[in-house]
Design a binder for this molecule. Structure first.
Ligand SMILES: [Fe+2]
Length: 286
């Protein structure tokens, strides 16, 4: 079976046509998909897949060990019963109980960069999608690095930044975590501001507004000013692909070279229900 790979924007994202993930994915097909993912700056879209939770989990495991939603005190209650690897994202309710996390990721962030080993990949599968709205934006952090001036690059190389879950304090995620006390305060990690991606060998600007709290060795004013610029620069429209979801889309993104923003504009139009798996990181960023 030959795959067709079509880019979806000039820099970030590609759609794969001709893959059937209901079937077990053999080594050759996986290698091809993985290379397409790396070549598309860490964003791959595979449409028209009809996947049971077991099939999504089996495919996701090809990328590495999966995180369990049960390990995270805020998202635990949104895990799919019987499948702790699946985190449910939804505005829907059943008997007054949310069927998933409603406002997941409604700000620029990359998943889990507050961990010592940042998440390798997130894999999101759409089951129910409104007719319009509820898009997700993806920013290309390789391009964010490559479009800086040589002078700015020299300033940033070698710097480290603290990523903290508590930094998402002005989001619903942060507010929910605020009630969890020390369990959350401890969830932070220090990473280089500029990383070399282990698969592509390319440099990426490793910052996101959601979790990057401050630059080590700078005053708060210096760090806030510089990070403010980097957040704006890294999410400029030229670096962003906006995905308009259809039911049965599977989207795979790399949290080490992309950031994303889920747009919560759809609730007057319809409902949204998606299943996410997360592939754990296996190394520190460098
Ligand atoms: Fe996210």
């Amino acid at each position: 079976m030959g795959l067709t790979i079509q880019t979806v924007s000039p820099h970030i994202g590609a759609e794969v046509i001709g893959a059937d993930l209901q079937q077990p994915v053999g080594d050759n097909l996986f290698r091809e998909l993985h290379q397409a993912w790396v070549d598309a700056d860490g964003l791959l879209i595979i449409r028209d897949q009809v996947l049971k939770p077991e099939q999504q989990i089996a495919f996701s495991r090809r990328f590495g060990e999966l995180a369990s939603a049960a390990e995270n005190p805020v998202i635990e209650k949104y895990s799919l019963p019987g499948h702790p690897e699946i985190f449910r994202v939804s505005n829907k309710k059943k008997d007054d109980e949310p069927l998933g996390r409603e406002d997941a990721g409604t700000y620029w962030h990359a998943d889990g960069t507050w961990q010592t080993f940042p998440s390798k990949a997130s894999i999101l599968y759409a089951i129910e999608i409104p007719r319009v709205g509820g898009n997700t934006m993806f920013a290309d952090l390789y391009q964010a690095w490559e479009t800086l001036s040589p002078t700015m690059k020299r300033l940033l190389e070698g710097l480290q930044a603290v990523h903290a879950m508590a930094n998402a304090g002005d989001t619903s995620y942060g507010r929910e975590f605020a009630g969890k006390g020390d369990a959350v305060a401890a969830k932070s990690a220090t990473h280089p501001l500029v990383i070399t991606h282990p698969d592509s060998g390319r440099k990426a600007l490793f910052v996101n507004r959601g979790y990057t709290a401050h630059i080590v060795g700078m005053t708060k004013a210096e760090s806030d000013a510089l990070l403010g610029f980097l957040f704006q620069h890294s999410t400029a429209p030229e670096l962003v692909y906006r995905h308009s979801w259809r039911a049965h889309d599977l989207v795979i993104w790399d949290n080490r070279c992309t950031a994303h923003y889920a747009i919560p504009d759809y609730k007057a139009v319809g409902d949204r229900y998606l299943h996410r798996t997360s592939v754990k990181g296996d190394r520190p960023m460098q």
